[in-house]
Design a protein around this ligand. Structure first.
Ligand code: GLC
Length: 419
């Protein structure tokens, strides 16, 4: 055989092998991302992965503007054992529940023998939320907690410090309202709609009074604290600090109204900050953010939020999907999402990274809030617990029941679920 012919054969062979391997290894991953949490920026993180992994194509799917709408959608997909979705972002309250339903696959194989030490890199609350009976059932996407946003310009104008108690907040709101006489300016916006976020609405003052809802898996309901919590929110409405139809307000409504310049104080999750700084925001550079106020004589408390990446048990690409999730749940991507989408890091060291502190200086103050935020009750019957709390909060705010009646109903119903 001549040298030329040998070379031609070798080259042809190489080309066949190459194209065969490309064709064989092409993986399409479909990822569900919550529409509230910057799918546009996640897309960029996905593109970076595709650039390094030519054989992987990632498709994004979004939907539902609230945690429950998303859960409803994912429940349908999972119940149908639909293999078209490979990866899904899950609210921190759901990984344990999805694992129990057999809807996700554990990461222990890809994490190797020492999965526990891999999880130690994350903030402890997230390692905990994603580990069930020693199995890592999802990997943290980003952290979250609730904060008090305020109009820096208006507080400065009226010589008011950010409030440390709810009473101070009410007084500040009244002072600004009297001086500004702006009928479109609400004193306080919070979540009164019967959504997942309203569970936190109830728990914030309740926790602030030092009370727990569940301890050792059992209900530890403090009726008096529950009445006070419901009354605190209802009083804001009755005093005109919050608007009359607060029972219709969901998380993103609070965000939009504040962003339009119509709210002085807002209780909201961390995602709102990045949106307030956006080009189309009426309050850009006019926003302050601090830890939430406490009840008089109590401690400030925040609700632990956050989102986690789970791999579907019905995916046909589980191994590729898990590799991709490991990349997404890395300090590099956490840093990228902090800088470009203002999503809070799930890794402690990212909060103090120089590029992150430059892009989002308030993260330095956010870290202790996330670290001390309290988790909603962990129970396999969380869906029922959530439904009981959020419908009660909503009923009280809509004027259908008094805080006393609400607390009594809540206790009775919770007792049937959490014996
Ligand atoms: C935020 C939190 C999430 C919470 C939800 C409630 O997205 O991260 O944990 O359940 O808000 O609306």
């Amino acid at each position: 055989m001549t040298l030329k012919r040998t070379m031609t054969l070798l080259l042809a062979g190489a080309a066949v092998t190459l194209s065969a391997s490309v064709a064989m290894a092409q993986t399409n991953l479909r990822v569900f991302v919550s529409s509230q949490h910057r799918p546009d920026v996640w897309r960029k993180a996905f593109d970076m992965y595709e650039a390094k992994n030519a054989n992987v194509k990632v498709m994004i799917e979004t939907g539902g503007n609230t945690s429950e709408q998303q859960a409803q959608y994912l429940n349908t997909v999972m119940t149908a054992k639909d293999s078209s979705l490979d990866i899904m972002i899950l609210d921190v309250i759901r990984p344990a529940q999805y694992a129990a339903a057999g809807w996700t696959v554990p990461f222990n194989d890809v994490l190797g023998s020492d999965a526990a030490s891999a999880m130690k890199r994350y903030l402890p609350a997230y390692a905990e939320a994603n580990t069930v009976d020693g199995k890592v059932v999802a990997l943290p996407a980003f952290a979250d907690a609730m904060f008090l946003y305020y109009r820096k310009d208006l507080l400065e104008k009226h010589g008011i410090q950010p409030p440390q108690t709810w009473d101070e907040l009410a007084a500040a709101a009244k002072k600004v309202a009297d001086a500004e006489k702006d009928p479109n300016l609400q004193g306080l916006s919070f979540q009164g709609k019967a959504i997942e976020g309203a569970v936190c609405t109830f728990l914030l003052p309740y926790w602030s009074m030092g009370k727990q809802l569940v301890s050792d898996g059992k209900l530890s309901f403090d009726k008096e604290a529950a009445v006070k919590s419901l009354k605190l929110w209802k009083d804001f409405v009755d005093q005109g600090v919050a608007k009359k139809n607060i029972a219709e307000v969901a998380t993103d409504d609070t965000r939009k109204e504040f962003q339009a310049g119509n709210v002085l104080f807002a209780v909201n999750w961390s995602y709102a900050w990045g949106q307030f700084q956006g080009a189309e925001s009426a309050v850009k550079n006019k926003v302050g953010v601090v830890k939430l106020p406490a009840v008089q004589g109590g401690q400030p408390a925040s609700c632990l939020g956050g989102w986690e990446w789970g791999v579907s048990a019905y995916s046909n690409n589980k191994t590729e999907a898990q590799k991709f999730v490991q990349y997404l749940s890395s300090p590099e991507i956490s840093e990228f999402m902090a800088i470009n989408a203002a999503l809070l890091p799930q890794f402690p060291e990212v909060y103090t990274d120089a590029d992150v502190t430059k892009a989002v200086p308030w993260f330095a103050n956010a870290k202790p809030v996330v670290e001390t935020a309290k988790a909603r009750p962990v129970t396999p019957r969380y869906n029922e617990v959530s439904e009981i709390i959020r419908t009660t909060v909503n009923g009280v705010l809509a004027g259908q029941s008094t805080p006393e009646e609400g607390a009594t109903q809540m206790e009775g119903r919770l007792r049937r679920v959490l014996r």
